[in-house]
Design a protein around this ligand. Structure first.
Ligand SMILES: Cc1cc2nc3c(=O)[nH]c(=O)nc-3n(C[C@H](O)[C@H](O)[C@H](O)COP(=O)(O)OP(=O)(O)OC[C@H]3O[C@@H](n4cnc5c(N)ncnc54)[C@H](O)[C@@H]3O)c2cc1C
Length: 502
């Protein structure tokens, strides 16, 4: 039986942000995550550190939160934020009145803008649609969600926080009408752990309602699926948004060597087992192609999908503890709090408000929040960032697309003792390039096996699971060169490695 002060369910940006904040305020905690860090919406998002421009017209309060947090995160998280800047491009037919409203709204909430002629915008991003009318420059950035979660976790671990990754909460421990703890199952070994705490924080995003239901509560949530595509190279060094009311496929974000374009928005009943529809890939590429025509002929390497945990409309909400329109904290009055809604860009603020609430209502104390003032710890370990630094060490390469070396893979296995390919991917970018792990996965599994973390049989199981997951991601984007390469990869696995008979 493990005893602590706070249990956090969910290792996305919100959960990891809460862990860092609790650590800096001296509160003991354990975090439970059923996958790796960022396994939910955090790892499936666009990676846009919003300037707030997207929300300026429709939701000024959320826009104001975004610009404030944007300025904080670029200061505290230099190694996971790329200060790309962003453009909102107005194409022929897009409303000029909306542009005026956009500029006024940004000005009102403190977002710096600069109106640029089409020619000036093309100087900045030469691949933009040459017939664009004009563009507005805003302080958007690109942010790496995996690194963000891991860096938040480092501060927590440095101060005694404990992370149970690959553990799924499946039951609550109840005592005298209150929630006294949780039971979690190790997804690799099946071992069950009981954890007890004074308070439980449900930061499980789109799974929030499921967790609340386990505890006998309901939550006012809508789930909205959004799908994105990834190109095999970078088509823009700035974030590109369409200057019109938010719609499908109107954002392109550069991230390391690739670009992410999305998204769609489709209401779903459950956050599990979702697939990207071919029609979604068509919508996103068509819309992205309007802003950057080369998008239509560029190789796509993958499509993926995530679920937004949206709040039901205010009029439907039954709880008046609304912290802001962007997110809400709910006290279930039995030892559990839920934190809902929000955005990756505002995760730090969400964590701050959550910890303020718990300190006041459960621990009866006030300790100042420091998460906005102190740099994220552990950034010095991100030696492989950016790509140019990786070019310096080209010995014994395991993943040619992302230049990941044997040393990188071994160091992750030694550091976190993992047997999961996904864990190595998130920490090194192994398998995230054009071949999507086609050539490097079996090499990395071989290293895990050499290190004695996995048996031969287990490694075949892990390989099969990885290949199935990989195929789900690349299938909607399979045509042209990507399809040709996939046939080669399939030949390797089926014929050389005899996977078919497995
Ligand atoms: C398609 C899409 C694009 C987006 N783009 C952006 C963007 O560009 N910028 C931006 O600011 N925001 C963006 N967002 C919003 C943003 O991604 C989310 O608001 C944010 O990441 C939510 O983080 P979270 O930690 O609250 O939830 P999640 O990241 O979903 O974390 C919840 C975690 O709980 C875990 N969990 C669930 N059940 C259990 C259980 N039983 N036991 C243990 N663990 C459990 C899950 O595995 C998951 O890792 C986007 C969202 C989507 C869907």
């Amino acid at each position: 039986m493990i005893k602590t002060d706070v249990i956090i369910i969910g290792g996305g940006a919100t959960g990891c942000g809460i862990a860092r904040d609790l650590a800096l305020r001296g509160i003991a905690h354990h975090l439970i995550e059923k996958g790796d860090f960022a396994a939910g919406a955090t790892g499936a998002c666009h990676g846009l550190l919003h300037s707030g421009g997207r929300y300026a017209v429709s939701d000024p309060e959320a826009a104001e939160e975004c610009i404030r947090e944007n300025m904080i995160l670029r200061k505290i998280g230099e190694k996971c934020v790329e200060q790309t800047g962003g453009l909102f491009v107005r194409l022929a037919g897009d409303s000029r009145r909306y542009r005026d409203k956009f500029l006024e709204s940004c000005d009102r909430v403190g977002i710096d803008t600069e109106l640029l002629s089409g020619a000036r915008a093309l100087d900045l991003v030469p691949k933009l649609n040459p017939s664009l009318e004009e563009a507005v420059r805003v302080p958007d950035c690109s942010i790496d969600p995996f690194r963000l979660c891991m860096l938040n976790a480092i501060t927590s671990k440095n101060r005694g926080g404990v992370f149970h990754r690959h553990h799924e909460v499946f039951e609550f421990i109840k005592e005298k009408g209150r929630l006294a703890g949780v039971r979690a199952r190790d997804r690799f070994t099946g071992e069950i752990k009981d954890l007890r705490a004074r308070v439980i924080i449900n930061a499980s995003g789109a799974w929030g309602k499921k967790i609340a239901n386990l505890a006998g509560h309901d939550l006012p949530m809508n789930l909205s699926k959004g799908s994105l595509v990834i190109t095999n190279h970078r088509l823009t060094n700035m974030v590109i948004n369409r200057l019109r009311p938010p719609s499908n496929g109107d954002i392109i974000v550069p991230n390391e060597a690739v670009c992410l374009a999305g998204t769609t928005s489709i209401s779903v009943d459950s956050p599990d087992n979702l697939v990207v529809g071919a029609d979604e890939v068509d919508i996103v590429t068509r819309e992205a192609g309007r802003m950057i025509p080369e998008f239509n002929s560029t190789r796509l390497i993958r499509a993926y999908t995530g679920v937004r945990p949206l709040l039901l409309a205010e009029k439907d909400a039954t709880d008046d503890r609304s912290v802001s329109r962007g997110f809400r904290i709910i006290n279930h009055q039995d030892g559990m709090y839920s934190i809902l809604g929000g955005k990756l860009s505002t995760y730090r603020l969400m964590a701050e408000k959550m910890v303020d609430t718990v300190l006041k209502e459960v621990f009866d104390k006030t300790v100042a929040c420091q998460t906005g003032d102190l740099p994220l710890e552990g950034q010095e370990f991100l030696s492989g960032y950016p790509l140019s630094t990786r070019l310096k060490d080209m010995k014994d390469i395991i993943c040619e697309c992302e230049l990941v070396t044997r040393k990188d893979v071994e160091s992750v296995i030694d550091r976190i003792g993992t047997k999961s390919i996904g864990d190595i991917q998130h920490r090194t970018r192994l398998g995230m390039g054009p071949c999507q792990g086609g050539f490097c996965t079996y090499r990395a599994l071989g290293i895990i096996q050499e290190k004695g973390k996995i048996t031969c049989d287990e490694s075949m199981g892990a390989l099969r699971e990885f290949l199935q997951k990989r195929f789900r991601g690349i299938r909607p984007a399979l045509w042209g060169d990507q399809l040709r390469e996939e046939q080669l990869v399939e030949g390797i696995y089926l014929n050389i490695m005899n996977m078919e008979q497995q």
